[in-house]
Ligand binder design. Structure first.
Ligand SMILES: [Zn+2]
Ligand SMILES: [Zn+2]
Length: 138
């Protein structure tokens, strides 16, 4: 197999896949992804993690982001107020279908309630429209 490298920047960089394959002693499978621990794609020194799939790779990014933002890798960001918090105190939405690999997202119940009241008019209007069979009105 011939490798064209180095390609500049980004994940899935050919050089990184090459280095990972050298360390593994075999070719990477199509689903396997290479992650940079320090998030710096230019640093190839002891900086690569081989992820079995995109889901695991995404988890590493979420945990790294949580650690940098809140000091706790277990914390998750409320998608409504953008505050990092203990996920045990939040509601969790599981992604489905094409987004299943992208990880779940979290929100505070209080934020959802506040959001509901803020957008109450729109939500109720949409509900009414749906009942009338004209839900694409908005
Ligand atoms: Zn990564
Ligand atoms: Zn919130």
């Amino acid at each position: 197999m011939t490798y064209v490298y180095p390609k500049t920047g980004g994940h899935g960089n050919t050089l990184h896949r090459y280095l990972a394959e050298k360390a593994l002693g075999r070719e990477l499978k199509g689903s396997e992804q290479v992650h940079h621990i320090d998030l710096d794609p230019a640093n190839t020194n002891n900086n690569l993690v081989i992820c079995p799939d995109q889901k695991y790779h995404f988890l590493l990014h979420t945990r790294t982001e949580a650690l940098l933002a809140s000091g706790n890798p277990d914390y998750r960001k409320c998608y409504l107020c953008k505050v990092w918090c203990n996920p045990a105190t939040m509601s969790q939405v599981k992604r489905k279908g094409a987004y299943a690999g992208k990880g779940d997202y979290f929100y505070h119940k209080a934020c959802a309630t506040a959001n509901y009241y803020k957008n109450r008019e729109v939500i109720l209007d949409n509900r009414q429209a749906r009942r009338e069979g004209d839900w694409r009105r908005n």
